[in-house]
Write a protein of this length. Structure first.
Length: 174
């Protein structure tokens, strides 16, 4: 769990910095989240400001199990986050609280910050939108399902037309 005791930092003067090197095996909580296959690693700094503590994460590296969108094999690939930062409120500022993300508040009763949601969001934001086992992956035959990376099939290939998909619009132009 990525929960840190910052009780001493809250009582420190503005500008105080606590730094950590983190290596921890975590499990992302949601059913559809990727599976992390090894401990995540990153550098962490907590910076005390007037009404908040800034959590600055740098050089986050994780290995995630993914499924290729073309051939459906499972493979492991790195996810790298160069830098991320969140502000955790010690005291909510005066004024309109509707604009403030209250999920990033410090647990003042125990003097702790929970980074689990922040790290999960950063991993998901840097997850490839279309995971591929390799750029040259040929995928599966859309007719028989053969993995075209391993063998070819005898299925008839659809005819590729050179005509633009917008060619039919020529007759619509006034």
């Amino acid at each position: 769990m990525l929960i840190y005791d910052i009780g001493g930092l809250i009582a420190s003067p503005q500008g105080t910095i606590d730094s950590f090197d983190v290596e921890e095996l975590i499990t992302l909580p949601e059913q559809d989240d990727p599976l992390l296959t090894e401990p995540i690693r990153f550098q962490l700094e907590f910076i005390k400001l007037r009404d908040e503590v800034t959590a600055h994460v740098s050089n986050l590296a994780a290995s995630c199990e993914m499924r290729c969108n073309r051939c459906l094999i499972t493979f492991t690939a790195p996810v790298v986050v160069s830098t991320a930062e969140r502000q955790f409120w010690i005291h909510l500022p005066e004024g309109n609280h509707a604009e403030i993300d209250t999920s990033y508040q410090i647990d003042r009763k125990h003097g702790r910050i929970d980074l689990n949601q922040m790290i999960r969001e950063e991993i998901l934001l840097h997850f490839p939108p279309i995971p591929l086992c390799s750029e040259s992956c040929k995928g599966l035959c859309d007719q028989c399902g053969t993995d075209l990376n391993k063998s070819s099939c005898a299925c008839a290939k659809p005819e590729v037309t050179k005509e633009s998909p917008f060619a039919g619009l020529k007759s619509q132009v006034i």
